[in-house]
Design a binder for this molecule. Structure first.
Ligand SMILES: CC(C)(COP(=O)(O)OP(=O)(O)OC[C@H]1O[C@@H](n2cnc3c(N)ncnc32)[C@H](O)[C@@H]1OP(=O)(O)O)[C@@H](O)C(=O)NCCC(=O)NCCS
Length: 163
C-alpha cells in the first residue's frame, strides 16, 4: 500500500448513489453482513423518493469499482442510516468516515434536524466511527442481532443532532 493511500486513497471519489449500483451494493453487503440484503431489496429502496445514498468509488486503472456505500432514508425532518459498509480490504482507510461526512453535509443542506441509526453493541469499528461523528445512544433493543454462530447481541439506537 502506498504511504499516501494510508491517509486517503487519491483515486477514491464519493458520488451520489444511483439504481445502477444495486447489484454491487448487494455484493458488498454479502461480504460484510450475516443477513445480507438482495439486489431486489436495494433496487426497491433506491426507487423510493425518500431514500438516498453515496458510494465510494476507486477510479484507478480505468475501473470505477464501488468500494463502499451508505444508504439513508429521510422523513419529516429526520433521517435514518439504513446501512453502511466498506469492502473488507478497504476498511480502516477513511472511506466510512468520508461516506458519513457526505451524509452529514447533505443533511445540513436539507435542514434535517437529527439522524438516527442502529448498531450492534459488539461492532466496535462502527461504534467508534459514530461516536467520533457526534452520535450518542438514545435507546436499545436487547437480543436484536444474531451472529453466524447464533449468539445474540443488542442493537443500540444512536442519534446525531444537526443544529
Ligand atoms: C463500520 C465501517 C463502515 C467503518 O468504515 P471504515 O472505512 O473502515 O472506517 P474509517 O477508516 O473511515 O474509520 C473511521 C473511524 O472508525 C473507527 N474504526 C474504523 N475501523 C476500526 C477498527 N478496526 N477498530 C476500531 N475502530 C475502527 C475509528 O474510530 C476510525 O477513526 P480513526 O481513523 O480516526 O481511528 C466498516 O468497518 C465496515 O464496513 N464494517 C462492516 C459493516 C458494518 O459493520 N457496518 C456498520 C453497521 S451499523
Amino acid at each position: 500500500m502506498r504511504l499516501l493511500d494510508r491517509i486517503w486513497p487519491l483515486d477514491v471519489v464519493i458520488d451520489p448513489m444511483t439504481p445502477d449500483h444495486a447489484h454491487r451494493m448487494s455484493e458488498l453487503h454479502r461480504l460484510t453482513f450475516s443477513r445480507p440484503w438482495t439486489d431486489g431489496e436495494f433496487s426497491d429502496l433506491l426507487a423510493q423518493k425518500t431514500v438516498f445514498g453515496f458510494v465510494a468509488r476507486e477510479l484507478r486503472r480505468g475501473k470505477a469499482q464501488v468500494l463502499g456505500f451508505v444508504l439513508v432514508r429521510e422523513a419529516a425532518g429526520e433521517a435514518e442510516i439504513l446501512t453502511i459498509t466498506v469492502a473488507p480490504e478497504w476498511q480502516g482507510r477513511g472511506l466510512g468516515r468520508k461516506l458519513m461526512d457526505s451524509v452529514l453535509a447533505k443533511a445540513h443542506g436539507e435542514r434535517i434536524e437529527a439522524i438516527f441509526l442502529e448498531v450492534d453493541e459488539t461492532n466496535q469499528p462502527a461504534l467508534s466511527l459514530y461516536r467520533k461523528l457526534g452520535f450518542f445512544q438514545v435507546g436499545g433493543r436487547p437480543d436484536y442481532y444474531r451472529d453466524r454462530l447464533g449468539r445474540a447481541s443488542a442493537a443500540l439506537v444512536m442519534r446525531r443532532d444537526l443544529g
